[in-house]
Design a protein around this ligand. Structure first.
Ligand code: F6R
Length: 648
């Protein structure tokens, strides 16, 4: 069944440092199979996937073809799936995807490419599926199958409920799958409802399978599939039955596995060999928080036997000189120190009378809050922003990208209409602008770039919303900055790579403001990866400004898409019910993202709901650990801590 020595993992797993290394390795495996078959003068039958996961694999295959002479002449491909119905030339078809990302760039024979046909009429589908199955067998069966995994646990488009013996067929897409795809389709209503997919049975017949999952967003489903029970609720778990499957992860997507979540459990079973855990304060914190949650007791009530029964005896020996009370206290104290209502320091001996009403400078600091999109600041740290301005600090908010892509056309038209009506009174040619916007909306096809006037008004909508929200948190107007970083401005969900121009803009603003403290988004699972690129730009620039700003302290926030693990948090800022409510009001200023955002990801809640529930959940977790019962907490992790943990 499987050959791992880790009893928690039911599929062999390989973890790489990042998705690039993982993809290069996978491409190397594919290339070896192709070459082996070439040496035997046999065709090589590959099952291929689409989606964000295999893109870098295909890039590397193209490089191997162009630079190292890898030939695809003997390769026959079968793609897993295709939306239905969909024209081949649609930018969203997998036909288009495969040609754009692989086939157009290698020497594969056109007649050897097979992709389920999204242009059939419904009555033809059954025959087509049978033909597809037969053709795979006729060509000798799949030598290799590459898979990604959906958040529902689907492989191909085999959604929950699919059976282990299923074959190629028409399937109705799960709502969650359609929500996941909605960002590239500009709204869930544009995502096809059906797909033609190879079945689980078809996939399991492949001689070798590599399934890959990258990014934090895949953590949960990857660990469920690797460690959970086989169930048609998570179709990928059927891979546990396959004799030659490898699950490829990178550091972020692997974190949900027991080997990272609770490595002491493996050690307790003698599975870590000489890799005995060396506990320090950070691993002790992780262990104690885990234990407290596992046994459902506050930290200070944990007993020796709780540690013993859960593989953590060694922690007591190493950190508590054999005394669990010492471990409890050490971790409890460490955690109490991270909770502070004074995020930029300067806590006075007694509360100033004006604390809740007017600004009072208390060891005034200069602060930059970098917000990737125009609403991340208030969604993720609106409460802390308000505290910072209340406490008299000079708070600058720097919006990194315009975020214009996320505005619906109908909102753009409404604002052009407002302009038209207003200009009737104040003069100017609002009518002409309105007509241009209207025309650009009418002539645009799905997935095409917005015309210049349409893109402009969308930028303005988001800019004015951001200004209104920042003012609401007490930030002064002259301290609100918009960078409109060029990497974002492609008009499409695929962005340019970060360039020198982007970095220069980020560096200039830091040097201009000369901050003591920086806040940046460490929430990296947003649908288009924009947060990741924005953080990259800051990380690239910080070493360059170190000399001028030696005491600069950088903290990362999260909020809309994910939350920090408690053991990593370096600062937790409590919010009162009123402060939480004010934060909600600030988020409401982002009207274009309210009710139904263009890019919701797979969470159907509005941004204010997600953020409130995360902040309240953190408070609940602290309460369960034995701390004061706060209403809500916003969490931050110091950049230095993450660098030390090797997590960036
Ligand atoms: C694509 C496919 C799907 C994707 C899965 C993950 O051909 O069959 O199963 O592999 O939805 O998609 P990404 O990689 O975009 O997260």
């Amino acid at each position: 069944m499987n050959n791992t020595t880790n009893p928690y993992e039911k599929i062999p797993v390989k973890v790489f440092n990042n998705s690039r290394c993982a993809s290069v390795w996978i491409a190397g495996e594919i290339s070896q199979i192709i070459k082996q078959k070439q040496a035997q003068q046999l065709p090589c039958v590959l099952g291929l996937a689409t989606g964000s996961t295999p893109i870098q694999v295909y890039k590397e295959l193209i490089r191997l073809h162009k630079e190292e002479g890898l030939s695809f002449q003997n390769v026959i491909t079968f793609n897993l799936d295709e939306y239905f119905p969909i024209p081949k030339e649609s930018l969203h078809s997998y036909y288009h995807f495969m040609h754009e990302n692989l086939f157009n760039h290698v020497d594969i024979k056109k007649e050897n490419i097979h992709i389920p046909d999204g242009t059939l009429i419904k009555e033809q589908i059954e025959d087509f599926c049978q033909y597809y199955e037969n053709l795979i067998l006729e060509k000798g069966g799949l030598d290799f199958q590459l898979l990604g995994i959906g958040s529902t646990g689907h492989i191909g488009f085999n959604e929950p409920g699919s059976s282990i013996n299923s074959k190629t067929r028409l399937i109705t897409l799960d709502r969650k799958t359609r929500a996941d795809a909605s960002s590239s389709f500009y709204g869930i209503e544009n995502v096809p409802k059906y797909a033609i997919t190879m079945g689980i049975g078809t996939i399991l017949q492949a001689k070798k399978i590599i399934i890959a999952a990258f990014t934090e967003g895949k953590q949960k489903i990857a660990s469920t599939v690797i460690e959970g029970a086989i169930s048609s609720q998570y179709p990928a778990t059927f891979l546990q039955n396959h004799k030659n499957t490898l699950f490829v992860l990178e550091r972020a997507s692997a974190q949900g596995l027991t080997r990272y979540q609770a490595p002491w459990l493996l050690e307790a079973q003698g599975l870590k060999g000489e890799l005995q855990i060396k506990y320090d304060l950070s691993t002790a914190k992780k262990g104690v928080i885990w234990l407290s949650q596992k046994v459902g007791k506050p930290i200070l009530r944990l007993q020796q036997e709780d540690y013993e029964d859960n593989g953590l005896l060694e922690l007591i020996t190493q950190i508590g000189q054999g005394n669990c009370g010492i471990v409890n206290l050490t971790v409890f104290r460490e955690l109490s120190q991270i909770i502070t209502g004074w995020p930029a320091g300067g806590r006075p001996d007694k509360l100033p009378e004006s604390y809740f009403t007017q600004k009072k400078a208390i060891s005034k600091q200069k602060i930059i809050i970098f917000s990737p999109h125009p609403d991340d600041d208030v969604i993720c740290m609106g409460g802390t922003m308000k505290k910072l301005t209340n406490q008299g600090h000079e708070v600058h908010v720097v919006y990194m990208v315009s975020g214009n892509l996320a505005v619906f056309d109908f909102d753009a038209l409404r604002f052009a209409d407002v302009l038209k009506e207003t200009q009737k009174m104040i003069g100017g040619n609002g009518e002409e602008f309105y007509e241009k916007v209207k025309k650009q909306i009418k002539e645009k096809k799905l997935g095409e770039v917005d015309g210049p006037d349409l893109a402009y008004i969308k930028t303005v909508i988001r800019r004015t919303e951001a200004r209104s929200a920042a003012l609401c948190t007490g930030v002064e107007e002259q301290n609100i900055h918009f960078l409109d970083l060029p990497f974002y401005e492609t008009g499409k969900s695929t962005k340019r790579p970060l360039g020198d121009e982007d970095k220069k803009i980020v560096k200039d603003i830091i040097l201009k403001i000369q901050p003591d403290q920086i806040y940046a988004a460490g929430d990296l699972t947003d649908p288009h990866g924009t947060h990741r690129v924005c953080l990259e730009s800051i990380l690239a620039v910080l070493p360059q400004v170190k000399e001028q700003l030696p005491n600069l302290n950088t903290l990362l926030y999260r909020g809309a898409w994910q939350e920090w693990e408690l053991d990593k948090v370096t600062m937790a800022v409590p919010l009162s019910p009123d402060e939480l409510y004010e934060k909600r009001i600030a988020i409401f200023k982002h009207q274009s993202q309210k009710d139904r955002p263009m890019f919701p990801g797979s969470d159907s809640r509005e941004f204010w709901q997600r953020s409130e529930s995360r902040n309240k959940e953190t408070a609940r977790l602290f309460t369960n650990l034995g701390f004061v019962n706060y209403e809500a907490l916003e969490c931050f992790v110091s950049l230095d801590v993450l660098l030390l943990l090797g997590e960036l």
